[in-house]
Design a protein around this ligand. Structure first.
Ligand SMILES: [Zn+2]
Length: 301
């Protein structure tokens, strides 16, 4: 007889145990599901609450944090109040020429300046001189302006490690260059060229701040889109000509970098050919004024 036998009771016990265990598991499952649901709800609720708190009207004074952080503003940089005269009138509108060549000479005046001026006069073209003012001859600075060319700031000292140490250091140097040019020529320069270009190995840490500050003061800087590469040692005049003509492509505005320094005899030799070739291609030479839309370097995005 199965019912009432030891075997029956054994099976009954097993069955009861199975029922208790599965019931428990089901219970735990249901409970945990319920709890999770509540937790998830709470989390979502918390998120919503956060948003509401942010959008809520400002808390009563008692709840207000003791120190309200000031919004970050470049208006508070100390160098902005330095050199209060170092401002220039920004042009209302910038123009972009068609088939225009801007010859630019950095680092002058030098023993080459008068030779360059003579060639420019002979070919009846105007150019732009970004000058170094420390130890510069005021008569030559004046002559550049008198012959109808543009004069801009390159630096006073030309010492990269000093001028790019900080925005303050750059401004100090810039003010010295500005004053020297003004004293010699009566021109208040409104344009400049950064030594090494606006983005270089020396100003990496400050270039954005520096550019912002110079633009805030109204000064426009010009990089270049064609280099004569005349800083390459012993470069031949033909190579200098080639470096320019090969880079023209279909550019409408040529900002040509050349140097006016003692050892740049080959730049002087190359100059007539550069002018003639570009004129033949239909380019008109102009000097840079602060109404000319600048060409500027940018880090690749
Ligand atoms: Zn230079």
């Amino acid at each position: 007889m199965y019912f009432g036998s030891v075997k029956f009771f054994k099976h009954l016990i097993y069955l009861t145990m199975v029922l208790i265990l599965s019931g428990g598991a089901l219970g735990i499952y249901t409970l945990s599901k319920e709890l999770w649901g509540r937790y998830a709800l709470k989390t979502a609720g918390a998120a919503v609450t956060d948003v509401i708190v942010v959008e809520a009207p400002s808390p009563s004074p008692a709840e207000e944090p003791e120190e309200t952080p000031e919004p970050v503003s470049f208006e508070q940089m100390p160098y902005q109040s330095a050199y209060p005269e170092l401002y220039t009138q920004r042009a209302e509108q910038l123009r972009r020429g068609t088939k225009t060549a801007y010859l630019t000479f950095d680092d002058g005046p030098s023993a080459r300046t008068l030779e360059i001026l003579a060639i420019l006069k002979e070919h009846d073209v105007k150019a732009t001189f970004f000058v170094l003012t420390k130890n510069s001859d005021p008569d030559i600075l004046k002559r550049i302006v008198e012959e109808g060319h543009a004069i801009g700031i390159h630096t006073h000292s030309h010492k990269y490690t000093e001028i790019y140490r900080s925005v303050e250091a750059y401004l100090a140097d810039f003010q010295a260059a500005y004053d020297t040019i003004y004293r010699a020529t009566a021109v208040k320069p409104g344009i400049f060229r950064f030594p090494g270009g606006s983005i270089n190995a020396y100003n990496r840490g400050i270039y954005q701040e520096l550019i912002s500050e110079m633009l805030r003061r109204g000064f426009l800087y010009y990089d270049w889109n064609i280099s004569t590469m005349d800083t390459v040692p012993h470069i031949k005049p033909e190579m200098i000509v080639h470096n320019v003509t090969a880079a023209v492509e279909d550019k409408d505005n040529l900002f040509i970098l050349a140097h006016d320094s003692h050892d740049k005899k080959n730049t002087v030799k190359a100059l007539p050919e550069i002018i003639t070739r570009l004129k033949d291609q239909g380019y008109v030479f102009e000097k840079i004024e602060n109404t000319v839309e600048p060409v500027v370097f940018a880090y690749p995005h």
